[in-house]
Design a protein around this ligand. Sequence first.
Ligand code: MRU
Length: 355
Amino acid sequence: MTPPALTNPDDAPAAVVTAVDWTADGTAVRIVDQTRLPADFVTLELRTVEEICEAISALRVRGAPAIGIAGAMGLVVAVAPFVDESIDRFRWRVAGAAERIGATRPTAVNLRWALDRLLRRMVDTGDDPGTILAVIRAEATSIRDEDRRMCREIGENALHLVPDGARVLTHCNAGALATGGIGTALAPLYLAHAAGRRIQVFVDETRPLLQGSRLTAWELQRAGIDVTVLCDGMAASLMAAGGVDLCVVGADRIAANGDVANKVGTFGVALAARHHRIPFHVLAPSSTLDPATPDGARIPIEQRAARELTHVAGRRMAPDGVQVYNPAFDVTPASLVTAIVTDRGLFRAPYDFST
Ligand code: MRU
């Protein structure tokens, strides 16, 4: 399928794709199947808890804000067919669906945060399933709309960090595909490009699932931004050669003390940046801040299947039976983070997101 015309008109001039949305009739969640990019642009319609959970677990929809939106919308469409049941049975269904969807990916706090928002809205909404459904549907739409706005604000708050001529390194995908808007780490890059600044973006390929080369390179190239893919192991050497002015990454969860969980490999980028005295910025919506988690050591880190490391494109790349260690995320200590930029502004150490 040919990618649709550029969307998100209110985010113009950024050339961004909509990763997750309602279908026109509101009975399903439409996502771009990110496992198929960049070769194929395919959208999927998700209707059941099983379909939602599978899509999130398999990273068909991914990125902390996007899975929050997909989880919230998914909860709504999954319980909608049961709106004629008794109120007790309906509430039981909603709670069960939220539990299952929330368990799919433990690190990105946005997923639990979004589901909890819907559950909280149900509390004082009376005993009519139809009314409850309408209320949680509106709440899921608000989560999507707020994320779109927060992306824009992150971009505006970080725009001064990206001057004309900047050479920027990023890891994983914290762009439109990962959010409801123009991304987080990529937001100031879209805005800088739109403002006519010449920027060059280096994208770590991001082993093992290649979100950098498959997704970030795809969306930046599509937007006409100068983008270069490099293997993860080359980032430090590129910095040593003087090729990087700043690093920008997203986050899956930011603890109260500013420790940052993000795609595995981010910590190494931060260490290399510190060694070379290069600014290392984390850009995330306030929905990624987790005041309840005091520091990075308490962030649950998702462990993923061995096959993601032992196989490439279906072909075995490690001996059969070898032990595999495959956490999806690592934690960058706050001490290595030059600034954390959210929709609320730019923060520097000492970080305190406990309230
Ligand atoms: O496993 P993924 O692809 O969901 O991991 C995504 C990341 O680590 C992103 O950097 C993070 O979610 C920020 S997205 C704005």
